[in-house]
Write a protein that binds this ligand. Structure first.
Ligand code: SF4
Length: 589
């Protein structure tokens, strides 16, 4: 394979492209997969299109500083990302045990990405190239851009900007900001000018801050000192952060003598996304890898139709990263990508997914704001589906139909989860996805719990909405004589869930009559409202105390109840029988 079609990962490959030096070097905690689902590739390809010479150092050996020198010194900056997942989530289970695999590494091997990868990589770069600026990006830096409760250390940590001693964090998907930074540095612009770019976070000392903020409208969040010592102030911080983000304000947090400043996000359009997904991705891992990369295998024939999510699930980090507004690609752009994919050597006739964070938000409209997710003062889907949301899935259905008509495409599936509360408003859609075979054996749906007071803390619909959806789904299965099933996803030990709630969830699962693998132990992700609830023990909607299962035993117990058919869990339940104030035989029998 022609190696110079990939972005270079060493100087030999850079020279093959005729590059003696690189402008930007991206260090990432993932393997280098040249595919639009891998952030480092997207940023790299985007910058490359605009004439920048970009190289990637994927999964450098973090015990050997030589591995950070393989591309030399960049002319403009180092871009550092922990990869597609937070390194602590990638390396540890929700119960803080070391994971035995990493899906973003060849062969799924663990240990290629250090804990707190952003900081570890930045420290090496500082040591080797002290005069080269560092720009952080990716989900880890994005979700740790302000002070945040860290589940693994069980304390409030500083913004990663300070810990990594970086110049800037690019939050969100980051293409536009990174390009602007590259252009402005190339043109010799000052940092003061660069700090006006939307979608970035940076820090200033007291005097510089006064000059920068003069005449600007901003929200001052409680300081690091306040939020790290006072849970009430952490709660206030979380509330103000979300409000400020929805209102697209400049947000400021003081930390000692520094001020952390977040500019409002950049606006993306359909044209922007169409352009990004038209870039010349190889849709393959770098040829130097011998073993399969599990995360690539999952997405290699999938298509992203949109970004963002106008849901507001409190345990999820997506809104804080990609925002509430859903931006959809044009039908033409998606069809062209599918057409290119059908020519790919890996293509076997199946488009494994056409979706985004939630599959059925593609090109839905708001009657007032056009783009849903635009209201600062209310949520589109909570407590109910907003009456101004135009629930019309015809754009998605037309798209899927046209994809199916492309030569060599045998199957098209929706593998991304769907919001059943939206789907319920359009029974025709439910019937069509069943009839047309867009569900590959099962449909993923995420009721997350069976108890309404827990669902309220999660900002999810009431459980009866899910049950209503199941009824309609099954009615349509009969109508179209299909054998499909719904896989419900549940979260155990979410803030607010007591042992009684866990018992009720377990009895519901028992009533389903089959074993459910899709039970996740709740993990408090940095900066999410639910992690604030976990830490402060306050409800996500109001300052009201709630129960939180925090100890390993309590969390383990809730999980064991939900998966009571597992042999080890049964033994654990029997051993801890005294902690379960219900007739255990009823569940285990
Ligand atoms: S009016 Fe309703 S649907 Fe439109 S953005 Fe606001 S909450 Fe969402």
């Amino acid at each position: 394979m022609n190696i110079d079609k990939f972005l270079p990962i060493n100087l030999y490959e850079a020279k093959k492209r005729g590059w003696d030096e690189l402008d930007i070097i991206i260090v990432t905690g993932d393997a280098y997969v040249d595919h639009p689902s891998f952030g480092a590739s997207v940023i790299g390809r985007y910058l490359e299109y605009f004439g920048f010479r970009v190289g990637i150092i994927p999964q450098p050996d973090w015990k050997d500083k030589e591995s950070f020198k393989v591309l030399g010194k960049p002319r403009l900056f180092f871009g550092i990302t922990a990869g597609s997942v937070d390194s602590m989530v990638a390396n540890y289970t929700p119960n803080k045990f070391k994971r035995r695999e990493d899906a973003y590494t060849p062969g799924g091997l663990p240990g290629k990405r250090p804990d707190r990868a952003t900081i570890v990589y930045a420290n090496f770069v500082h040591e080797i190239f002290p005069d080269v600026p560092i720009v952080l990006g990716g989900i880890e830096a994005s979700l740790r851009r302000f002070s945040h409760y860290d589940f693994w250390d069980n304390k409030v940590r500083h913004s990663v900007l300070l810990d990594a001693r970086a110049k800037i964090i690019v939050y969100g998907m980051g293409e536009k900001q990174t390009l602007q930074i590259a252009k402005m540095l190339s043109e010799g612009k000052s940092w003061y000018e660069i700090y006006q770019i939307p979608g970035i976070v940076f820090s200033l000392g007291e005097k510089e801050f006064d000059t920068f903020i003069k005449d600007k409208d901003y929200i001052l969040l409680p300081s690091f000192e306040e939020v790290s010592q006072d849970k009430d102030r952490y709660y206030d911080f979380q509330r103000l952060l979300l409000e400020g983000m929805k209102r697209k304000k400049i947000l400021v947090q003081r930390d000692g003598k520094r001020f952390i400043i977040q500019n409002p996000p950049p606006s993306y359009t359909s044209q922007d996304l169409d352009f990004i997904y038209s870039l010349p991705f190889m849709r393959l891992p770098h040829p130097s890898y011998k073993e399969k990369i599990p995360a690539f295998e999952t997405v290699k024939t999938s298509i992203v139709s949109h970004r963002g999510c106008f849901g507001s699930c409190t345990f999820c980090s997506l809104n804080l990263h990609q925002g509430w507004q859903v931006i959809s690609r044009s039908e033409k752009s998606i069809l062209e990508e599918v057409y290119r994919l059908t020519k790919h050597r890996e293509f076997r006739g199946t488009i494994s997914d056409v979706g985004g964070p939630t599959a059925n938000m593609y090109r839905l409209r708001c009657k007032i704001h056009n783009i849903p997710g635009s209201c600062p003062e209310r949520d589109c889907l909570f407590p109910d589906v907003c009456k101004y949301l135009e629930v019309d899935h015809s754009a998605q259905l037309n798209l899927l139909k046209k994809i199916k008509e492309i030569e060599k495409v045998k199957h098209v599936f929706i593998a991304s989860g769907i919001r059943y509360d939206i789907a319920l408003k359009d029974e025709y859609y439910i019937g069509e996805i069943i009839k047309e075979g867009y569900i590959g054996g099962h449909l993923s749906a995420a009721p997350e719990h069976v108890k309404d007071h827990v669902l309220e803390i999660m900002k999810k619909p009431k459980f009866k909405v899910y049950e209503e959806f199941v009824d309609i789904f099954e009615r349509n299965l009969k109508k179209y004589r299909k054998e499909l099933y719904i896989i419900p996803y549940f979260i155990s030990a979410h803030p607010g869930a007591t042992i009684k709630d866990a018992w009720d969830l377990a009895m519901y699962i028992k009533g389903l009559g089959h074993y459910l693998e899709q039970i996740q132990d709740y993990t408090p992700l940095p900066l999410t409202p639910a992690s604030c609830a976990f830490y402060t023990e306050y409800h996500t909607l109001r300052k009201e105390k709630i129960y939180v299962a925090k100890t390993y035993e309590d969390r383990r117990l809730q999980r064991a109840l939900a998966q009571y058919k597992d042999k080890k869990n049964r033994e654990f339940l029997v051993k801890n029988k005294k902690k379960i104030p219900f007739p255990l035989e009823k569940l285990l029998g």
